[in-house]
Design a protein around this ligand. Structure first.
Ligand code: PAF
Length: 285
């Protein structure tokens, strides 16, 4: 696997692959990779001639009191996982390679969707995500880009950005990967102590309860949210940031649970903020 630390190296390598007729898939990550990321690489491997992963903890998507400094990092382990899953190149830039000291240009969706759900407590988060993802798109110029359904709002926002800015890139959604006991895989799970790790299962329990209700015919969004909240509130270590049922594209609240509605939550377990969700009618990949 090629390890590229500069934009110039990535551009030269991708240009050569394109001359040779390969399609290129991009898997953007912030490193500290787990089986969820591996599933994105596997999907990219199946769909594309060459697979590029980026491994960059993007400072512009962290608010001033968030965990940028503490965000877990282990590049050697990331490389081992990427190689094992057949990644052809990892882009591992320093912050200075991605952002000039006076960088002041951002990509932002000026609409309600980045202000909903996670955007309520993380006001600059999606501006940072859109900015770095559009930079990665400009650097790698992939044919396909792969994102996990766990970050459902991020996925919807990136789809919107790709449409609004006319990127010729197909965004591919990949299902949530869970631990054997149900907890959605996340790099932030490593923050949890053993008691919190157990408590964190209230998120997936709420998701499974929600799916069960929808499966049984529940169509009232308010009732669904109340039931999911009750599951989480039964866990003393959990503090709800939000539990909402929203339109899967606009992220705006809905009253009726039709196909494509996103039931999503963010919950603090101790100091760790975790997210989980499901889509009514299932994920359209
Ligand atoms: O989902 C993530 O890990 C990040 O938000 C992304 C898409 C790599 C942008 O930094």
């Amino acid at each position: 696997m090629i390890v590229a630390k500069t934009i110039a190296e990535v551009r030269a390598q991708v240009a050569q692959w394109k001359r040779e007729g390969f399609s290129v898939g991009l898997v953007p990550t912030m490193g500290y990779l787990h089986e969820g990321h591996a599933s994105l690489v596997d999907k990219a491997r199946r769909m594309c001639g060459k697979v590029v992963a980026s491994d960059f903890v993007n400072p512009t998507q962290f608010g001033p009191n968030e965990d940028l400094e503490a965000y877990p990092r282990d590049f050697e382990r990331d490389c081992a996982l990427l190689e094992e899953h057949g990644c052809d190149m990892v882009f591992y830039p320093a912050v200075g390679e991605m952002y000039a000291p006076n960088a002041a240009t951002y990509v932002e969706i000026q609409d309600e969707m980045p202000k909903q759900l996670c955007g309520k407590t993380r006001p600059i988060h999606f501006r940072g995500v859109c900015t770095v993802v559009s930079k990665l798109f400009n650097i790698v110029e992939p044919d396909y880009a792969f994102f996990g359904q766990k970050d459902a709002q991020q996925l919807a926002i990136i789809r919107r950005m790709v449409r609004d800015l006319s990127y010729g890139i197909e965004v591919v959604a990949c299902p949530i990967v869970r631990e054997a006991d149900g907890l959605a895989r996340s790099s932030r799970n490593t923050y949890l102590n053993p008691a919190e790790r157990k408590a964190a299962l209230c998120l997936s329990r709420a998701v499974f309860r929600g799916q069960e209700l929808v499966g049984a015919g529940e169509r009232d969004a308010e009732k669904l949210v109340a039931e999911m909240r009750a599951v989480i509130e039964a866990e003393p270590l959990a503090r709800i940031d939000y539990v909402s049922a929203v339109d899967g594209e606009t992220m705006l609240p809905v009253e009726e649970l039709t196909d494509g509605v996103l039931a999503a939550m963010a919950v603090y377990i101790g100091k760790t903020r975790l997210i989980d969700n499901f889509i009514v009618g299932g994920l359209k990949e």
